[in-house]
Design a protein around this ligand. Structure first.
Ligand code: DAH
Length: 363
């Protein structure tokens, strides 16, 4: 009994010791192999091994049963196990953090989104086409200010102070002088002002075009806008005739709208030209047969023109007994509408990418 009693704890102890040693080794092997992909998996491992009810902690409870003489060795092994588990879990935590960081990083090896190419604005496309045609004929580009004085927009172009023609254009006034209209400052209502500026600086021969923005006090609708673009043309030299004007305009129309295109000049009135005309081209939709677009006339109007009035030459310091010349002025929006069938003028200034994208192939 005594022996038994004595032996029993010894037996229990040594068994516990052997089992504990094995369990420690088994756990060590297990822990060395642990893996965790994310925070949750890692936390589950921590709980499985190191929490109060964890497997490592459980071995510490068993350790209490170990015989005193074995405690030293087993205690050491147990501490090693605990350290191993703690270190492994810490290492896994670092690794998952790093992994999360990597995932947030920009992957420079990924294929890029296709970079969209911009397009030229349709007004720029057509302005360039027009400029190119006239450049080939020897016209150079002249420029002038958008904020202008009365002289360059009206007076020098033969609009008398009380001339009803001033009412032809609704003008934006920067400074308005009720007593003396010649002191007005305005946003230019046409690019004809650049004719005057050029003639003031330069003696003939003059062969220029002036592309630019102009302003009119109009309600904005599908057919009118308060700003738009014009290109003015001016040719002054000795013996320039109406036939020269007609020849250049015919060439221009054929270049711009196609060689089949014909032109028609109708008498008109502008204060700065005499005679004056408006030019029509054969309708680009029906080729002149007549359709809804050209109101069944076969023709569409594209510009105003004429022989520069001698009074305009004189006002700018050019001797009208020696020189003569022609001028013309066209609206870029109008021509763009005709070329690309744009129905609403407002499309040009709204910057709707769906509209602008349609001009990708134009150049
Ligand atoms: N300035 C005119 C307008 O804005 C257009 C024009 C007509 C210009 C005849 C000219 C011309 O040079 O000769 O309506």
């Amino acid at each position: 009994m005594l022996t038994e009693n004595y032996l029993l704890p010894l037996h229990v102890n040594s068994t516990t010791q052997i089992m504990l040693k094995d369990k420690i080794e088994a756990l060590k092997a297990q822990i060395a192999e642990l893996k965790a992909d994310n925070e949750e998996a890692l936390e589950a491992l921590r709980i499985k091994y190191l929490s109060k009810k964890g497997e490592v902690t459980a071995l510490f409870n068993e350790f209490r049963e170990v015989a005193p003489e074995e405690k030293r060795e087993l205690g050491q092994r147990l501490n090693e196990l605990k350290n191993l588990a703690t270190e492994k879990i810490n290492a896994l935590r670092e690794a998952t953090k790093q992994q999360a960081k990597e995932q947030n990083k920009i992957d420079i090896t990924r294929p890029a989104f296709p970079a969209e190419l911009g397009t030229r604005h349709p007004i720029s496309v057509v302005r360039k086409q027009i400029i190119d045609i006239f450049s080939r004929l020897g016209f150079t580009i002249a420029d002038g200010p958008e904020v202008e004085d009365d002289w360059h927009v009206f007076s020098a172009l033969n609009f008398a102070a009380d001339h009803p023609a001033r009412d032809m254009q609704d003008t934006f006034f920067i400074e308005k002088n009720e007593q003396d209209v010649t002191r007005n400052i305005v946003l230019r209502s046409h690019t004809s002002s650049v004719q005057v500026r050029t003639m003031e600086r330069q003696q003939p021969p003059i062969r220029i075009i002036c592309p630019g923005r102009v302003y009119r006090n109009e309600a904005i609708t599908a057919r009118a806008h308060c700003f738009f673009h014009q290109i003015e043309g001016l040719y002054i030299d000795k013996n320039v005739t109406f036939a020269d004007l007609k020849q250049v305009l015919l060439h221009f129309a054929k270049e711009l709208f196609g060689t089949e295109t014909e032109i028609r000049l109708r008498p008109s009135y502008f204060p700065f030209t005499e005679p004056s005309a408006e030019m029509d081209v054969t309708c680009m939709l029906c080729g002149g047969k007549g359709c809804g677009f050209c109101k069944h006339t076969g023709w569409v109007e594209i510009l105003g023109c004429g022989m520069v009035d001698p009074a305009v030459l004189e006002a700018s310091g050019i001797d009208s007994t020696v020189y003569s010349g022609y001028a013309f002025g066209l609206g870029v929006e109008r021509i763009t509408n005709l070329k690309y069938m744009v129905k609403d003028l407002r499309m040009f200034s709204e910057n709707d990418v769906r509209f602008l994208d349609e001009f990708k192939s134009a150049h």
